[in-house]
Structures are given as structure tokens and as C-alpha cells.
Design a protein. Sequence first.
Lengths: 119, 110
Amino acid sequence: GAVVSQHPSRVICKSGTSVKIECRSLDFQATTMFWYRQFPKKSLMLMATSNEGSKATYEQGVEKDKFLINHASLTLSTLTVTSAHPEDSSFYICSASDVVRGYMNTEAFFGQGTRLTVV
Amino acid sequence: QKEVEQNSGPLSVPEGAIASLNCTYSDRGSQSFFWYRQYSGKSPELIMFIYSNGDKEDGRFTAQLNKASQYVSLLIRDSQPSDSATYLCAVKVDGNQFYFGTGTSLTVIP
């Protein structure tokens, strides 16, 4: 199956600093990627849809100035958590679909996830 | 957020039994439905998808879809301890966006 690589897998940062998370589709082009966050024992919450070459679409309640998304190429999307605070500590996961394969049965391939801890 | 509802569990079944996981969704425009399994601290992995009404079988897994009732389920036959995980129901809507349920925690008791 298609591979989505996410980096770093774990990061610890100090309050007030910014952290960048990368999501790459390794063997397919992804015009659209998605960013999720997951709190312990909770489900995935869609944060935003990352569109190649245009602005990201954010879900209601997600601060676009805090979670900066850049999708500069068909294989790379980045999420930058700006001025991080302890409450931003979470598991962040990206996903992408290989839409060339077809729409209805195209699954979402997930990156490995990034465990962010803000101290 | 589109609403996708699952019983959070935990659901416990003995080894060899059938585990039944249920999911309902609110958006009638939803087009395809996916079941993912997630182990603690790991990313979700696809079990199977379904987009037509009825049953779809893949090995020990059977997905069932009823669009009129906005209901999708996953049956796991001959449950194994290795099936113990959280099962996420996901619904795909326009724009290729996925919305996930809260997940059902399954424990298979040896």
C-alpha cells in the first residue's frame, strides 16, 4: 500500500517555542492531506485539510494562526505549532489519499504520528 | 465536525467468539465507510471499507452497511487476543475528508 511518512515521531519543546511536523507521501502524489490530533483515549479529531498550492481549510474551533499548514508540493505538507503551550501536547497524525486510484474506495493512509510534549 | 457515533466500550469477548462493533453517522451525503484498527500509541491501520449496502466479507471480518438507517457495523469472527485494540469507524464525505468516530475499545480474553 501507499506510504505516508511523518517526522519527527516524538518531540519535546519548551513553552513559547514553535514546532514543525512534516508529512510526506512517499510513492504517490497527494493534492490533499489531512491533519488530525488525538488526545489520550480519544478519537482522531480533524484539524484541517491541507491543499497543495492553496490555503488550508480549518475545522471549526481550530486556530489557523496557531497551527500553520503549508502544502508546498504534491508530496509534502507541514504543520507548525506556533507558540506552543502545554495544552497543545497531543498526538498529531497526518493522512493522505491516493486519489488517482479512484474515489469511493480510496482509503486514508496515515503517517506514523508525532507525539508532541510541551513543557 | 460531521457526527460519527460509536459505543466507546470497552467491549470484552472471549477468544473464539464474535465481536460486533457498531457505528452510526449523521451525514446522508457520506459516500464510503472505513474501519480502522488502532493500537495504543500507533497510527490507525485499515481493516476494510464498504460503500454499497449489504455485507462485505474479508477473512474473519465482515462489514455491514445500511444507508437508509445510516448504520455501519464490523463483525470479527473467531476473535483472537491480537484483535484487542481500538476500532475506529470512519466516514468519507465530499472533498475526500474523513471523519472518525470516538472508537470502540475491544478486549479479547484468552
